[in-house]
Design a protein around this ligand. Structure first.
Ligand SMILES: C=C(O[C@@H]1C=C(C(=O)O)C=C[C@H]1O)C(=O)O
Length: 166
């Protein structure tokens, strides 16, 4: 099929990467509080919100639930990686800590609306044979280390749908 407009791919990948970077802030709050990275009730809430937004945008709710579940897996990958680094170093960076409940989670919720709009715009290209190459190009240069690179790979890992070999 025709190549997607550059924004259709880059916009979505940028937003997925932005969500991952918020994960760095989440990790700092969890380092400070000692709370587990995994918060299943919160995850259920995020998915529930995504399903509602999906219905409003005439997207498949199951599909959107899987997209958001992938983003949360990727986010936790970042968090587990950072916590292990800080554990080994005996300290976390001395940078500002926005509040998880009052500041960070509202940012994740806001981002979700934009993410779903961009996902809707990207949907026609999911089955294209060039889809993986477009994504690889869009990922290039966004991440600053191997951990975030792996997490972004995870975050984008189900975006392309490969035709089944008969
Ligand atoms: C980001 C957080 O950590 C984890 C990842 C979540 C996410 O990516 O939305 C949600 C809940 C947690 O399992 C959080 O606690 O808010």
């Amino acid at each position: 099929g025709p190549a997607p407009s550059p924004e259709a791919v880059q916009g979505l990948v940028n937003t997925l990467n932005e969500r991952l970077n918020i994960g760095d802030l989440v990790a700092l709050t969890k380092w400070d509080s000692g709370k587990p990275i995994q918060d299943s009730p919160r995850e259920a809430q995020v998915i529930d919100n995504a399903r509602k937004l999906a219905a409003e945008r005439k997207l498949d709710p199951e599909d959107v639930a899987q997209l958001i579940a992938a983003q949360m897996e990727a986010n936790k990958l970042v968090q587990y990686g950072l916590l292990a680094q800080w554990q080994a170093a005996g300290a976390a960076p001395d940078t500002p800590r926005p509040d998880l409940g009052q500041q960070i989670r509202p940012r994740l919720d806001e981002l979700q609306t934009r993410l779903l709009q961009q996902y809707a715009d990207f949907t026609p290209y999911r089955h294209d044979r060039n889809c993986p190459a477009w994504l690889a190009k869009a990922r290039t240069g966004l991440t600053r280390d191997a951990l975030h690179d792996l997490a972004l790979t995870r975050a984008t890992g189900e975006l392309c749908i490969r035709p089944l070999v008969p």
